[in-house]
Design a binder for this molecule. Structure first.
Ligand SMILES: [Zn+2]
Length: 474
C-alpha cells in the first residue's frame, strides 16, 4: 500500500526483465510483488475506450436513478481497491489503439499500434493466456466485441495485424483456450469466412462445446472447452439489447457471460485467468453516442459486481479493473441536472438510428426516428443537419466534426449537456483499480507494461512458461 513498495517494484521489475534471459527470473531476485504466487486466479476487467467522463456519468446515472453508486466508484469510496493512473502509450504512438494496449498488458512489451504480440523488430511475444495455460491454469476471454477483436486477441494471439481476425480464431483453437464468449460469427461461419473454413466444425472436432445463442447455454457451462458466439459481428449495444426482447432472449449480458466463465474456470484447482471486456463503450465514444456509452459502461459495472461476488470471502484472486485508453473525452458540461436525466428515457443507440435512416430520409422521418430512439424532439435545424450528413453535403470547419458521429453528439448535447472532444482515442492516462495479491504494486503512476509482470509474479508463474517452447529450443 505504501510508496516504498511500489518503488521497489519498479526497481526489481526492471532487474527482473534483465534476468529473464538468464533464467533467474523464477528465483528470489524478483521480490517486487510482495505476495508472489498468492494469486491463484487473475480476473482482468477492461472497459474499452473509457474516458473518465464515461466512468463519471455512469456513476451519476446510477446514483440519481437507482440511489447507489457504480461498483467501480464504490470500491474507491470504500477504500477497497488500490488506485493508479496508467500510461497506455504504444511503441509508436502516444495515442494507443486497443491491440497495442492489450498487448502491453498481455505480453509486457509495447508494440506498434495494430499489431498483436509481434514486437517492433518482428519478434513474437508469448501472450499471457497461453502462458497461464501452459502453467496449468484455465484461461478465458469474454467480450461484447467480436471474440477475435483486438483486446481479447492481445491476451492470446500472435498476428502482424489486428485485422487478421480469421487467423486469430484459428489460433484460439490451437492454443486450447477454455472459455471464449462474445460476437464474431463471421470469423467462424464457413458461409462468411473468406476461406470458407468451418471453424465451428473444427472447434467441435477439437472437443469444444459450441453455441450460438443464449438459449443453448443453460444454467452452467459444460466441462468441455467452450465457444459461445452470439452475433454476426459485435454483440448489440446494451441500450438496444434492453429494448429488444428477441435480443434479450438470444444474447447474454456481459455480466451473465462473466458469471458463466468464472463458474467454469474456477473448477480448475490450479486456478485461472479471465479477461472481461466491455468493448462497446469504445464504439459508443467513437460514435459520440451518450446512451450507447453510459449503458454499456453500466453493463461493464455489472460485470465488476460478478467478479466481486466471486472474490467475496477469498483472498487468492488478483482483480484488475481498468481501460485501455480514453476516447473522445465525453463529459457533462454545465446546465440543468434535468437535462442530464433525459438519458434515462433513451431507448436506442445511434447505431440503431442509423439503421432506420438512409440518404433519402426526410427531415420529418429523421425527427420521428430520433424521437423513438431518444424521446427527444429535435428542432428542424438539428434534423436538417442530420439529413445533410446522410446526403454527404454537411461540412464543418473542424475536420473532426464533420461526420455523423459529431453531428449526432452535438445535437444531443443541446438536449442533455453531454459534450465530446473528438471522435477518436486520446492519450489521457487512464484509471486503474485493483485488489488482491499483487495489487500492492499498482499504485500511483504505472506503465501499461508493468501489469504483465504483476500478473505473472502474483500468480507465481515459472519462467519456463514465459516463452514458446520452440523459441526456447532455438
Ligand atoms: Zn476504438
Amino acid at each position: 500500500m505504501n510508496h516504498h513498495s511500489r518503488r521497489d517494484f519498479i526497481k526489481t521489475g526492471a532487474l527482473g526483465s534483465l534476468l529473464i534471459g538468464t533464467g533467474i527470473f523464477a528465483g528470489a531476485a524478483c521480490t517486487s510483488v510482495k505476495q508472489r504466487g498468492k494469486a491463484k486466479n487473475v480476473i482482468f476487467l477492461v472497459s474499452d475506450g473509457m474516458s473518465v467522463g464515461a466512468l463519471t456519468m455512469a456513476d451519476h446515472v446510477l446514483r440519481r436513478r437507482d440511489g447507489k453508486p457504480s461498483n467501480w466508484i464504490r470500491l474507491l469510496e470504500e477504500g477497497k481497491v488500490r488506485q493508479a493512473n496508467m500510461d497506455m502509450a504504444s511503441a509508436n504512438a502516444l495515442v494507443t489503439d486497443s491491440a497495442a494496449a492489450s498487448c502491453s498488458w498481455g505480453c509486457g512489451h509495447r508494440v506498434n499500434n495494430g499489431s498483436v504480440n509481434i514486437g517492433v523488430n518482428g519478434e513474437t511475444h508469448k501472450p499471457i493466456l497461453p502462458i497461464f495455460g501452459d502453467a496449468g491454469r484455465s484461461t478465458g476471454l469474454v467480450t461484447t466485441a467480436e471474440i477475435t477483436h483486438a483486446t481479447p486477441a492481445g491476451f492470446a494471439a500472435n498476428v502482424e495485424s489486428r485485422n487478421m481476425a480469421e487467423k486469430i480464431a484459428e489460433q484460439y483453437l490451437d492454443r486450447r483456450l477454455d472459455v471464449l464468449m462474445g460476437g464474431g460469427d463471421r470469423r467462424y461461419n464457413p458461409e462468411k469466412r473468406s476461406d470458407n473454413k468451418d471453424l465451428y466444425a473444427e472447434y467441435r472436432a477439437g472437443g469444444y462445446h459450441v453455441v450460438t445463442s443464449k438459449q443453448e447455454i443453460g444454467s452452467r457451462l459444460p466441462d468441455a472447452p467452450f465457444l459461445g458466439v452470439f452475433d454476426h459481428g459485435h454483440v448489440p449495444y446494451t441500450i438496444d439489447h434492453l429494448h429488444t426482447p428477441e435480443l434479450m432472449e438470444s444474447v447474454p449480458t456481459l455480466a451473465e457471460m462473466t458469471e458463466l466463465a468464472i463458474q467454469k474456470l474456477s473448477s480448475n484447482p490450479n486456478g485461472f485467468i479471465l479477461q472481461v471486456e466491455g468493448a462497446r463503450v469504445d464504439h459508443a465514444a467513437h460514435s459520440n453516442d451518450p446512451a450507447g456509452l453510459i449503458y454499456d459502461q453500466i453493463a461493464f459495472d455489472n460485470a465488476i459486481q460478478t467478479a466481486l461476488d466471486f472474490t467475496e470471502n477469498r483472498d487468492d484472486t488478483l482483480v484488475i479493473i481498468t481501460t485501455d485508453h480514453g476516447n473522445s473525452n465525453p463529459g457533462l458540461s454545465s446546465g440543468s441536472n434535468s437535462n442530464f436525466d433525459k438519458i434515462n428515457h433513451f431507448k436506442h443507440s445511434s447505431e440503431w438510428v442509423r439503421r432506420q435512416l438512409n440518404e433519402s430520409s426526410s427531415v420529418s422521418r429523421i425527427k420521428e426516428v430520433m424521437e423513438e430512439a431518444t424521446r427527444l424532439q429535435l428542432a428542424d435545424l438539428e434534423a436538417t443537419a442530420m439529413r445533410d450528413v446522410l446526403r454527404g453535403v454537411y461540412t464543418h470547419v473542424a475536420s473532426r466534426r464533420s461526420g455523423m458521429a459529431s453531428v449526432y453528439g452535438e445535437i444531443l448535447s443541446n438536449h442533455t449537456n453531454i459534450t465530446w472532444a473528438s471522435t477518436s482515442h486520446t492519450s489521457d492516462y487512464v484509471e486503474l483499480a485493483s485488489y488482491g495479491p499483487g495489487s500492492e504494486a499498482l499504485e500511483g503512476y504505472v506503465k501499461n507494461t508493468d501489469l504483465f509482470r504483476v500478473m505473472v509474479e502474483a500468480a507465481g508463474i515459472e519462467e519456463r512458461f514465459l516463452t514458446f517452447e520452440e523459441e526456447m529450443a532455438a
